[in-house]
Design a protein around this ligand. Structure first.
Ligand code: EPZ
Length: 427
């Protein structure tokens, strides 16, 4: 099996450029279904999840040319299916992002119910409730969601129970051709939502208010294909920012908007990390001990859940105690139990993790629980005594392009290695 091997103590410093945002690119790819013709996306990250979304679009009939490592030409002229099959949805929950586009284009869709994953149940009840308000009718049959619009779609006011990113996106896309105006209240405000709204408006849609809690979509006719650059990945950037804050030497992280990491950078400054903000970049350094702060994950502009593991790694080395509260997912502390194997002192109580800072981590064999937790385990290994090997690194490859190469370029003693799988060696 493949592992990432980290030897602690390397002088990590220099500069790294992040890719386009995974959590935008996947939805922009799905949105090309709504604009028949040749769409070109640039700054697309070369990661496993993008490859899976490419498989979904090809299954539906799209033709995809990879024009360069980060440029996709997606021809959606002849889409002859409206079903996202289980074997693809099971690989990646984000495949459900084709639901809105297929409803907009065909007025019907069949999407496999997404299973749970390592961080929680990942239901789509808010997607369904919101779409029903637009006139969509759902039948659940043998694990598949059959969506139809017997009387067409009409605009409506939809108030989300929770500012769900996925539900906001599916509603925004499905309502583009609805008769009349749709208002999404308590909408997600993430920068990736704004990127999607910008793409839809470039295609000829009329979406107003993205980035605020109230998004208004006026129904329009056919959309036209476009060329669009994916917004920089604030979470990949935040991951390298956290690493630099942990290691202490100066690291410049390029290719994203610092304002998209507002609260994260502010919390890190309170922890004693120096942040120099620039044009599409930050420079990070630290020469004081890490101070403890409390963290509550919330929808944007609150503290992002996708930065929780990386931040817990920092807090586990801080001078006092902190409380990390995970409000977005019901089961996103597995990283903490792996970090305890490296000597962290963390107690989980429901949605809270009480973190007592320790003076050192010791290298150990650990398992990546999800893509952010996996990256955070590698981060812990950078400052651990001895060697850390992280397994289940397919999670990391889902969302981080050339992760090991980028770390090596920063001077980290990190390699990808093939090792015998202890589980299969037993028999
Ligand atoms: C997106 O997931 C991201 N994934 C996640 O990033 C991110 O953590 C999350 O937004 C929150 O920011 C992609 O964009 C591909 P939600 P999504 O709908 O859309 C519950 C990563 O590491 N919920 O905002 O699934 C849900 O179970 C990944 O890159 C319902 O109960 O997130 C979760 O507990 C991890 N019913 C919470 O709401 C619904 O209908 C937030 O989910 C929808 C969601």
């Amino acid at each position: 099996m493949e592992v990432i091997r980290v030897e602690g103590g390397a002088p990590v410093e220099g500069a790294v450029t992040v890719e386009g945002a995974k959590n935008s690119a996947l939805k922009l790819m799905a949105a090309t279904l709504m604009a028949p013709g040749v769409n070109t996306l640039t700054n697309v990250p070369n990661i496993a999840d993008v490859h899976v979304m490419g498989k979904v679009l090809k299954y539906l009939g799209a033709k995809i040319d990879v024009l360069g490592e980060h440029e996709l030409r997606i021809d959606t002229t002849t889409i002859d299916k409206w079903e996202a099959p289980y074997h693809l949805v099971a690989q990646m929950r984000a495949s459900t992002a084709v639901l809105g586009p297929l409803l907009a284009r065909f007025g019907k869709a069949v999407v496999a119910m997404p299973g749970g994953c390592n961080i929680g149940a990942r239901k789509i009840d808010m997607h369904i409730l919101g779409l029903e308000a637009l006139g969509v009718h759902f039948d659940i049959d043998h694990g598949d969601i059959h969506a139809t619009t017997p009387g067409g779609m009409r605009g409506a006011l939809v108030t989300l129970d929770f500012a769900s990113v996925g539900a906001t996106e599916n509603l925004m896309m499905a309502s583009v051709h609805a008769k009349g105006t749709t208002v999404i209240d308590n909408a997600a405000r993430e920068p990736e939502i704004v990127d999607l709204a910008n793409l839809l408006n470039e295609m000829g849609a009329k979406v107003r208010g993205a980035g605020s809690p109230v998004i208004e979509i006026e129904g329009v006719g056919e959309l036209r294909p476009v060329t669009h650059r994916v917004v920089g990945d604030r979470i990949e950037a935040g991951t390298f920012v956290a690493m630099a804050g942990l290691c202490g030497r100066p690291v410049t992280v390029r290719g994203f908007e610092p304002v998209h990491l507002g609260l994260v950078l502010k919390k890190y400054e309170l922890m004693g990390i120096r942040v120099e903000r620039g044009q599409h970049q930050v420079t990070i350094s630290r020469d004081a001990p890490l101070a403890s702060v409390d963290i509550q994950t919330l929808p944007f502009p609150g503290f992002p859940t996708d930065m929780q593991a990386q931040t817990m790694c920092l807090l586990a080395r801080a001078s006092n105690s902190s409380v990390v509260t995970e409000n977005v997912f019901e089961n996103r502390f597995m990283f903490a139990s792996e970090l305890q194997r490296m000597g962290a002192d963390i107690r989980i109580e429901g949605h809270h993790a009480i973190v007592h800072g320790v003076k050192a981590f010791s290298g150990a064999k650990v398992k990546s629980p999800d893509l952010r937790g996996g990256a955070a385990l590698v981060m812990a290994g950078l400052v651990a005594d001895g060697v850390t090997t992280v397994s289940d690194i397919h999670h990391i490859d889902r969302g981080y392009e050339r992760f090991v190469e980028k770390l090596q370029a920063l001077g980290a003693w990190v390699t990808r290695e093939e090792v015998p799988d202890p589980e299969t060696d037993d028999d």
